[in-house]
Design a protein. Sequence first.
Length: 118
Amino acid sequence: MNTDKTYAEKIASEYAPKQANKVVALKKLDAKAQRPANIFAYTFGVIMALVLGVGMCLSMKVIGDGSTLYMVLGIIAGVIGIIGVSVNYFIYKKILESSKKKYAADIQELAKQIIDEE
């Protein structure tokens, strides 16, 4: 096997113009439909986990001056964090559902074209 020829073909293929592939376009469109829900879920989840952590630290008197006021504020913040983390998945599903409805026609049309070609 001629390794120089194989190497040359590999380099040439990297510089050749890329043809638009419908499967790649379908994957990109699917990722575009899921992106808003993923961004929200990660961002909201991290923020609520931090709120929960701060609430725990306040209520256990790790931060703050150790007064009863800070403990009560910590409990309130902890409950808000627990509720936020608990509802995160359900909000994610709603955003994903609405985003899929938005792109459903385009995705189905492209998928039908791919299926018909085979």
